[in-house]
Design a protein around this ligand. Sequence first.
Ligand code: VTB
Length: 334
Amino acid sequence: MDRTLIQEILEVVEQAAIASAELTGLGKKDEADAAAVEAMRKRMGKIQMQGRIVIGEGERDEAPMLYIGEQVGSGTGPGVDFAVDPCEGTNLCANNQRGSMAVLAASDRGGLFNAPDFYMKKLAAPPAAKGKVDIRKSATENIKILCRCLELSANELTIVVMDRTRHKDLIAEIRSTGAKVQPISDGDVQAAIACGFAGTGTHCLMGIGAAPEGVISAAAMRALGGHFQGQLVYDPAIAQTTEWADYTKEGNIARLKEMGITDVDRIYEAEELASGENVVFAGSGITDGLLFHGVKFEKDCTRTSSLVISTLDNSARFTNTVHIKDGAKSITLS
Ligand code: VTB
């Protein structure tokens, strides 16, 4: 991977965001996702690389594009692995709510954990708390550590948790410490990355979301120097999701072992989920969010706001792009 890839990857997420944004608020989540997938794949095809999807839209038989194992790019050049989520937060996009974005993580071959389509317990926190908070500890202990590391009192902390039945006890415990809970309906990638920046008003992400999204969050947090840990969840009684109505704990453990995951209780650090020598995260807003604005359509142009975090040059670039339409006459500064 080299630095020219950063610009290309930015364009990949911009194109996906624009394609989804055309369907924002129309209640069409599958269509918005499909549009983002197609745009992302099309732009990736123009990059000089031997790209490979390691986390994508699903297995080959269930996803026509950006399926796991799909080769992307021109077919010559460096080997690059991708974890993609072309429309992260499809419900948010369909309902025109905050926090939907086009995201991906890229790394050298073998540099991203091939996460199974399972759930993951996650802990994300600012760089100042990296290695100090620990997913093995209780929420109460971690909040005390956060207070010390960030020099804030508990009631000055905002902890994001996905608004799910499985988190009832976790939410009660966080509130008992005096810390503020911010429940979110979807989009824990954005919440995790927001912990990596001071001033977003998000100090920590706790609880269970999806494992593939965990790898994308880990890549961003590794490049930022923030804290991220993940642990796979295989017990349907803990995940409490209707998706797993027909699954058993034993069956899920067997599925993980078939995939080569022998230590099913392993706790993964950001550096293990995104272990490549170089790691790049890119995200572009579909709707407005904590990190950047969503796509804005104007008469003469379309505007996108994005973030690319890269270990190639240790940078986090916030980019506003004006995509000029043919025959444009007047483009305002902002
Ligand atoms: C999770 C979360 C994502 O969808 O995957 C969630 O990580 C689905 O969770 O950010 P449930 O199965 O519990 O509904 C998102 O919120 C959006 O893709």
